[in-house]
Design a protein around this ligand. Structure first.
Ligand SMILES: Cc1ncc(COP(=O)(O)O)c(C=O)c1O
Length: 399
């Protein structure tokens, strides 16, 4: 007997990032020399002091349920971090610790949205935002940005997208997939538009430490402090501390939103893993040297990868300001012929790369930006050189 699934699942797409990674892993498991640029995770080991804290917590028997929203010492360390590094004041009752930033987002949309409510998302976007909004019965309202503007959202477009049904606007800077940082003046202009519309402002700061420009990190609550009371900061340990599989993230924001998120988490997953929370505490209070080393390596690789991509005829790549992605413009390659068949779009291009060249890279289409390919530089220099050479080989075979 076939089971009928919920109607809401019909509008939700599976994660293409997870699917391509799974394909790359399966090929590698069969012994293929796959070079993967698809993953959104640092290739560095989790720093030792974080692993030690997790092991110590395990040995001490810290294996029982904790408070749903997180252990008090971690919530308090998060408040300290937000004040010290982000100049933002929060109290522990404005913080929730979740199983990754992803769960924080999911909780937020579940708590915020009723059927038909809208969330403004700028494209190119992280693949999960629109799907999580749909899973919460909301509607993503996509606002396009352009490579020629360094992917900066246009305030006029934002104003046009806002409606009485808009419940939230999501910012992600540095961005996945573009690596772009929204400049201070641009953020100020966007804040001015939002002053006229009472909705939640969400700032996804997960890539804040992976920044290669001279300016320190800032978000919309920094440039527009009057909007801070209705800003939800989402952050996590995955990217900054190389803790992707350990699943730890958090959100800080208006008390009623956090209380709503906590209610969802209470009745779904309860607390993030007890021992991993201790690891998170060590991450926020421990030495930063391992992180600085990692960021230095990413900064070097970003130059290497961008340089190699720009040498390929028909490929253009802006130097990313942050995160660990090169978002390459391959528009000129689309429509060309490969082995007698047309390369119809970024999805087809990505399929050819994995099937014929054993290179995994994400098609721009899945981020809402056709004509682009995302290559992660969270991998070693030698892999970057070999992988981009394979991509160049593919391009040389186009006619
Ligand atoms: C833009 C962005 N936000 C949030 C996340 C969530 O990360 P995690 O759930 O591992 O904390 C990711 C992960 O890929 C991301 O790229």
């Amino acid at each position: 007997m076939s089971q009928q699934l919920a109607r809401r699942l019909k509008t939700v797409k599976p994660s293409p990032t997870l699917a391509l990674n799974a394909k790359a892993r399966a090929l590698a498991a069969k012994g293929a020399d796959v070079l993967s640029f698809a993953a959104g995770e640092p290739d560095f080991d989790t720093p030792t002091h974080i692993k030690d804290a997790i092991k110590a917590a395990l040995d001490a028997g810290f294996t029982k349920y904790t408070a749903t929203g997180g252990i008090p010492e971690l919530k308090s360390a998060i408040c300290d971090k937000l004040l010290r590094e982000n100049q933002l004041t929060f109290t522990p009752d404005q913080v929730i610790v979740s199983t990754g930033g992803k769960q924080a987002f999911s909780n937020c949309f579940q708590a915020l949205l009723s059927p038909g409510d809208e969330v403004v998302i700028f494209s190119p976007y992280w693949v999960s935002y629109p799907e999580m909004v749909r899973l919460a019965d909301g509607e993503p309202k996509i606002v396009d940005t352009q490579a020629s503007d360094n992917w900066t959202p246009d305030p006029k477009e934002l104003r046009r997208a806002l409606s009485p049904r808009t419940r939230a606007v999501v910012f992600n800077s540095p961005s996945n997939p573009t690596g772009a940082v929204i400049s201070r003046p641009a953020l100020e202009a966007l804040a001015e538009v939002l002053r006229g519309h009472d909705c939640l402002i969400i700032t996804d700061d997960i890539y804040e430490r992976l920044l290669y420009i001279d300016e320190p990190f800032f978000n919309i609550a920094n440039v527009a402090p009057d909007l801070a009371p209705r800003t939800l900061v989402v952050n996590g340990f995955s990217k900054a501390f190389s803790m992707t599989g350990l699943r730890l993230g958090y959100a800080a924001g208006p008390k009623e939103v956090i209380a709503g998120m906590q209610l969802i988490q209470d009745q779904s997953t309860s607390n993030a893993s007890s021992v991993i929370q201790k690891g998170g505490l060590a991450a926020l209070t421990g030495p930063t040297a391992p992180i600085d080393e990692m960021v230095k390596a990413f900064a070097r690789r970003r130059l290497l990868m961008t340089g190699l991509l720009n040498k390929i005829p028909g490929v253009k790549c802006r130097l990313p300001d942050g995160a660990f992605y090169c978002f390459a413009d391959v528009g000129e390659l689309i429509g060309k012929s490969y082995k007698g068949a047309m390369v119809s779009g970024s999805m087809r291009l990505s399929e050819i790369l994995i099937d014929d060249f054993l290179v995994a890279a994400m098609p721009g289409e899945v981020f809402g930006a056709e004509g682009f390919i995302r290559f992660s530089f969270a991998t070693g220099d030698a892999n970057i050189e070999r992988g981009i050479a394979r991509f160049a080989d593919f391009v040389s075979q186009l006619s």
